[in-house]
Ligand binder design. Structure first.
Ligand SMILES: NC(=O)c1ccc[n+]([C@@H]2O[C@H](COP(=O)([O-])OP(=O)(O)OC[C@H]3O[C@@H](n4cnc5c(N)ncnc54)[C@H](O)[C@@H]3O)[C@@H](O)[C@H]2O)c1
Length: 327
């Protein structure tokens, strides 16, 4: 099986490729060819034995997408994107990558013709929803994005559904929860502090909390996110009908509950490394974000995530910190 990963140099892209390399397959099916693409050169994991090809180019530019799909990959994992904060700060770039890049990809797939119909896993976001919300948000809640990023992801979902309906591709759209704890350096996502207030204290550093402790949000770990993508790659899509995108399981937690979980898992000294410094811009953005979901469809389809924020912190300590932290 040939797998193409777009956005392979990103946080989830690297983790997904590591998992494919470790298992020699995806969703239980062996992978004998891997194509890794990103606008920055992806670095394959050490010891990768699967035959791999590396491409660095702008997915949305010229015939780059057509070149990537010409080899007819069986599964395409489309992670390439400009994230929320950057898409809001740079209108043109957000539409270029998140909308034009996705359309270019789908058009390139359609252009292959000859019955070609790959599985496409598209990482959407809970940013497709907009306040006011019921609590929890049910599966049939309407899409009213309140950011350019959310609008671009919603448009990507419509394209995914229509290209699937027309038989050009077999799409699964994952409305990922906010991925927490995001490893490494902070990115330009407005949600960055949700990870920062756990990651930095565990590394012995001070973290800034820009919102109040009663802000509630919807989380899953990077480990769970990779689990969603792997499950989507091998999913029987017949039960999806025309509704190709859906919300996923996660943990609803307030910032206060996040900090309490940090205290339980790592101790009071670690939890005291958080400094409150309100930021009106972030407070305004976060006020419109969803807080909790009732993801019945995803659960029935076999998607699973953590069930407590303590588990999310433990997954971070195990997967990123070698099982230890700065006490
Ligand atoms: N991390 C989260 O909390 C979260 C939540 C919801 C949805 N998502 C979605 O999941 C996907 C992966 O997220 P991530 O956290 O790994 O993000 P990331 O920013 O780490 O990775 C995205 C990758 O896309 C690449 N990219 C940007 N422009 C490109 C272009 N023009 N052509 C090719 N590649 C380009 C970037 O270089 C980057 O490596 C994204 O689609 C994101 O929108 C993430």
């Amino acid at each position: 099986m040939h797998v193409l990963v777009l956005g392979a140099a990103g946080m989830l892209g690297r983790k997904l490729v590591e998992r494919i390399a470790a298992e020699g397959g995806l969703g239980g099916r062996p992978v004998d060819r891997l194509t890794l693409h990103d606008i920055v050169t992806p670095v394959p994991p050490a010891g990768l034995t699967i035959s791999s090809t590396i491409h660095a180019s702008d997915l949305a530019q010229g015939d780059n997408a057509a070149r990537l799909v010409a080899a007819r990959p069986d599964i395409i994992i489309h992670l390439a994107a400009v994230v929320s904060g950057e898409a809001e700060a740079n209108f043109e770039l957000g539409y270029h990558v998140n909308l034009d890049g996705t359309l270019k990809l789908f058009e390139a797939i359609r252009g292959v013709g000859d019955g070609y119909c790959p599985r496409v896993v598209f990482t959407s976001s809970i940013a497709v929803y907009g306040a006011p919300y019921p609590e929890p948000i049910p599966d049939d809640f309407n899409l009213t994005p309140l950011t350019s990023y959310g609008a671009q992801k919603a448009m990507g979902e419509f394209l995914l559904a229509d290209y699937s309906r027309r038989g050009f591709l077999d799409g699964v759209g994952l409305r990922l929860p906010t991925i927490c704890v995001r490893p490494g350096k902070p990115n330009k996502a407005a949600s960055g502090f949700f990870s920062g207030i756990i990651r930095e204290p565990l590394a012995g550093m001070e973290a800034i909390l820009p919102v109040s402790e009663d802000v509630r949000h919807w989380f899953a770990s990077p480990r769970a996110a990779i689990g969603f993508i792997v499950h989507a790659a091998g999913l029987d899509t017949r039960p999806l009908g025309q509704r190709r995108s859906f919300a996923l399981p996660g943990v609803a937690a307030t910032v206060g509950e996040q900090i309490e979980a940090l205290r339980r898992v790592a101790g009071d000294k670690v939890a005291r490394r958080i400094r409150r410094e309100p930021d009106e811009t972030i407070i305004r953005i976060v006020a419109g974000w969803p807080r909790s979901f009732d993801p019945q469809r995803a659960l029935a389809l076999g998607f699973a995530a953590e069930t407590s924020f303590d588990e999310i912190i433990r997954a971070h300590i195990a997967d990123e910190l070698g099982g230890t932290f700065v006490a």
